[in-house]
Design a protein around this ligand. Structure first.
Ligand SMILES: [Zn+2]
Ligand SMILES: [Zn+2]
Length: 328
């Protein structure tokens, strides 16, 4: 399968829903107007079968005309899983057509704002649902500088002093809120993957990834139609990640920095060379890049070229709302 594009435009990303593996033209950033028109042409294919849809393809800097990190997994026409909820994903969640009524699982990779800042805004919609249901919310264990998922939930929504304690009913679907959100911690230091959710033939695993000193998780979503592995920010130094991701039909990796990034950036993030080496080891059927920032977009073509020196499968640079169906 030869695909020579270095940046998948939003419209081509959506078109891909109906033509997995076909070549799409490369493109430059076209900003919000293109996103709006593409949204209006949301293809049914993204909402049938099982698909990965990016909500945000950007990073923590607001210089890229992209929402921060987040994605939904569509299963049979419903966005059942939400992975990360960075700034801007609240808006994209609605634009994607996802409905809170259908949400069963939320995975939060780590507690940098570009991965979690919009979580309260999305959950607030629970006031307006017709009926009550449960949502599992899984994130990493904490350390001295970062909370665990359960601590984060309590600090946000806890009845006795949470920042948004007016939403404390989320814990038990009370006070007019129609979601019962069940937070849990997945140990980032576990030596093997942790099973964190199962439903309707879909199984989700978490595995700790090295993101500097920030506790962080990658997620592996096994479905009847294939496997999606979403790596959040990581520097690529944990060998076990390759085994965790092996067999992926879709591997999503951040493309946050350049090969000549400083040491602190490389402590946090994988360079294009490392992303390419990881992808070459995992051998997914396709590699989707996200977590762009203005500085990474400037050298995007060069960085994708570096990745392709190591990994020879199809590489797509995701955009907000890009859709990637599982091929089987
Ligand atoms: Zn991060
Ligand atoms: Zn990030």
């Amino acid at each position: 399968m030869k695909i020579s594009l270095s940046l998948l435009p939003l419209t081509a990303g959506l078109a891909l829903a109906g033509c997995f593996g076909q070549t799409a033209p490369s493109d430059a950033n076209k900003g919000q107007s293109q996103q709006a028109s593409a949204q209006a042409n949301q293809p049914a294919d993204c909402h049938s079968g099982i698909s990965l849809q990016l909500l945000g393809s950007g990073g923590p800097i607001s210089d890229d005309a992209r929402a921060s990190s987040g994605a939904v997994i569509w299963i049979g026409g419903k966005a059942r899983l939400l992975i990360d909820a960075g700034g801007g994903t609240y808006l994209r969640y609605g634009e994607s057509g996802a409905r809170l009524e259908d949400l069963d699982f939320i995975g939060i990779s780590h507690f940098h704002t570009d991965h979690v800042a919009d979580l309260p805004a999305i959950l607030k919609g629970a006031y307006f649902l017709g009926s009550t249901h449960d949502v599992k919310l899984v994130g990493p264990t904490g350390n001295a500088n970062f909370p665990s998922m359960t601590t984060f939930f309590d600090r946000e929504f806890g009845h006795g002093g949470g920042a948004f304690q007016y939403l404390s009913g989320l814990a038990k679907a009370s006070d007019g809120l129609k979601l019962a959100v069940h937070p849990a911690d997945a140990d980032v230091k576990a030596s093997v993957r942790t099973l964190i959710w199962q439903g309707d033939g879909v199984t989700v695993y978490a595995y700790g990834i090295p993101h500097g000193d920030v506790p962080a998780l990658a997620f592996r979503i096994e479905t009847p139609k294939g496997v999606i592995v979403l790596s959040a920010d990581q520097n690529g130094s944990r060998k076990g990640f390759v085994d965790f991701a092996r067999g992926a039909d879709i591997l999503m990796m951040p493309a946050a920095i350049d090969d000549d990034a400083d040491a602190q950036s490389r402590f946090l993030h994988a360079t294009p060379t490392v992303v390419g080496q990881l992808a070459a080891a995992v051998q997914p059927k396709m590699l989707v890049l996200d977590h762009f920032m203005g500085r990474a977009l400037k050298d995007k073509d060069e960085n994708v070229g570096i990745i392709r020196r190591f990994y020879h499968g199809p590489v797509f640079a995701g955009r907000d709302l890009s859709c990637f169906p599982l091929p089987r």
